[in-house]
Design a protein around this ligand. Sequence first.
Ligand code: PHE
Length: 485
Amino acid sequence: MAEKAILGFLQNNEEITDSGLFSAEFNLDHDEVINVIKRLHGFRFIDVQDIKKETWVLTDEGKKYAVEGSPEVQLFLAVPEEGSISKDELQKKLAPSVFSIGCSQAGKRRWVQMGMQVSRRVQNVEDEVKDQLLQIQEGKEVDNDSISSLKARKLIIKETWTGYSVKKGPNYAPERKEVATDLTRENLQNWKELEFKEYNFNAKGAPLQAGHLHALLKVRKQFKDIFVQMGFEEMPTNNFVESSFWNFDALFQPQQHPARDSHDTFFLNAPSTTRTLPEDYVERVKRVHESGGYGSRGYNYDWKREEANKNLLRTHTTAVSSRMLYALAQKPFVPKKYFSIDRVFRNEAVDRTHLAEFHQIEGLICDRGLTLGDLIGVLKDFFSRLGMSKLRFKPAYNPYTEPSMEIFSYHEGLGKWVEIGNSGMFRPEMLLPMGLPEDVRVIAWGLSLERPTMILYGIDNIRDLFGHKVDLDLIKRNPVCRIGI
Ligand code: PHE
């Protein structure tokens, strides 16, 4: 319909100056005309130019008054011609918003006398607001003052109307044949009679429904690459459940240490205890806790096997490091560089920066005669590969390392030093009961994966990064990982 009208009109006329007026004249729906114009333009049957016009349209409230009359007139008509009506009575006759707007507008215009009783002050009123609204609805001109007052009352808003002017295009013909769009078997059989639609090489393809990597996975990959470049091997961290023995006791963490409390650690109900531990090693660990040895005085308390047997969700991947070092000690010594990046669990109150689980990045080097200087050097190398070359170290305490150092990095964006990790040299009380040679030292460090990821991706609430509240769009849109914190 519309297509025929447009092409037919252009056969005898130079131009359709305004698609809106054209639609009105030929009694066509303007939206349909616009669709046809876009289609014909796509086939280059016509050339088009946008026309944008600002018009006033009625808001929902405006539309209501255009039908029912303005609140002030509704109110006026509810007041009797003679005598008066109580304010309460009047309120019952009108909708709440009509009553309140009506009172103020009719009062302002001095149409009614307001008080406990309400009475008319004039005989008749005209509903100018309704008339103006109707005029606007019909597309007629309304004076500026009325426009401002209707706008102030939010009865009308500005809308941009879009239409087109249309001329013949390079492929113009008074009628358009249906063109074939697909290379089907039938179309190929009589291709000579058919006209084929041209390919539109500028059309965008449909977006692919593909998987997307979570920001934590991208940053994890970067860390992994750095470790691998530095010659580290990955440790097997595929057990979230660990015994207290490997998580704490093997690390020379005393059994009454506050971190071993259920306020800090998630213990398992079933199975609540571990089945097997290497008995002779357990015996040496018990002894070093109770009375020391290897140059240590120990902690001087009764070490309990039941406490060591308790299963828990590992609180750090250092539990895996202790298993790996023990395994290493069972064979003739070879130096090793190990790393892991995996999940750990702590019974923490959840807030903007803490969850009850996070990912820990851990690195360790095991070799003869290593010193604190080696640890500092390796940390500088490791962190400079992440773009963090300004480092500072602060003495700290871990039950399993001595000396221990917190690692700080200068954050250019925040303009301050931020803590980024923890490190140290594993204690002889931990290494010697395992059976490692006496001159073997282990330097190690740990940090969270979440913290650098949040800094890199500008996320300030950890719950936006991990857990059930994560916006899937964030995962689809986030950029390829950048390193350089
Ligand atoms: N396990 C420590 C932590 O939970 C990190 C660490 C690893 C510290 C290795 C020193 C050596 O923070």
